[in-house]
Design a protein around this ligand. Structure first.
Ligand code: ADP
Length: 263
């Protein structure tokens, strides 16, 4: 019974998803066909002025369609996770140049990292992607500037009443959060933001895959992700990853040796 319900919800989600993509794709195709049509009729009439403009419009739509399919394919063949003991602080430090280049100069980048952050077991490349995606979303939500803060902290579910709820992940977690002072999200956007292909961005600018991939990554890592947002105030998106109980750096070095031997 519960399975049936889940399956029908899944089919509904797949239906919405394919419908959404078909719609976006169709819009882009309409743009291409329309421009080529105009180009053809102008050429037939021997009118040469502005022909380049139609070619450019068709090209721009074709490129957006290609970008859409490219991201769809990347989503479909998502890499299996390759979890390793990971120090999120070191990872964030290593990304600071990339992050500064990604956000505009009008945005102040701050990092507030917990001093003795626990290691977590996750795929570091996926974590990096997730943080970069969150920074891009934050940038897009602050077109006239603001501040972007990346925080890390250790936490225990048993010591907090906030989400994630007990049972959603192990008691001890590392939280990596990205806070912006941007537009914020109304409740109906918060409710759908983790859905694949949900986007409020103009056609060709958003794919609606960023947050759903982040949620999938957190869940696959036996963690959690959540959104806190208020319109006109800003947004915090937290990724909660379970604490890794291991030798930490020592174990990471051992794993590296193993990989070198394998490769
Ligand atoms: P995309 O960025 O391609 O739209 P995402 O899955 O990353 O896809 O985000 C889905 C939607 O959630 C966005 O279109 C936007 O409406 C909202 N959103 C995500 N991050 C933020 C943010 N930091 N501030 C405000 N809205 C956001």
């Amino acid at each position: 019974m519960e399975n049936d319900l889940r399956q029908s919800q899944k089919m509904e989600a797949v239906g919405q998803l394919t419908g959404g993509i078909a719609h976006d794709f169709n819009n882009l195709l309409t743009g291409i066909v329309g421009s080529l049509d105009l180009l053809q009729s102008r050429m037939a009439k021997g009118r040469k002025e502005n022909l380049g403009r139609y070619v450019e419009t068709a090209m721009a739509s074709a490129n957006r369609a290609a970008a859409l399919t490219h991201r769809l394919l990347a989503f479909a063949r998502r890499q299996p996770l390759d979890p390793k003991p990971t120090d999120a602080n070191a990872l964030i430090l290593g990304m600071s140049d990339l992050l500064r280049r990604t956000i505009s100069e009008a945005i102040a980048l701050r990092t507030e990292t917990e001093h003795d952050l626990w290691p977590t077991l996750c795929d570091p490349h996926q974590l990096e992607n997730a943080i970069l995606n969150l920074a891009i979303n934050a940038r897009d939500a602050m077109p006239s500037g603001g501040s972007l803060t990346i925080r890390t902290r250790n936490g225990r579910l048993s010591e907090t009443t906030a989400e994630p709820k007990p049972g959603e992940m192990p008691d001890e977690y590392v939280c990596i959060s990205v806070t912006d002072t941007g537009t914020g999200m109304p409740p109906d956007v918060i409710a759908r933001a983790f859905d694949p292909f949900f986007t409020t961005k103009p056609l060709g600018q958003g794919t609606g895959l960023g947050l759903s991939m982040i949620y999938g990554f957190a869940k696959q890592s036996e963690g959690h992700a959540r959104i806190e947002s208020e319109v006109g105030v800003g947004t915090t998106i937290g990724i909660y990853l379970p604490r890794h109980h291991g030798a930490g750096a020592e174990e990471a070095a051992l794993l590296e040796v193993h990989e070198m031997q394998r490769g």
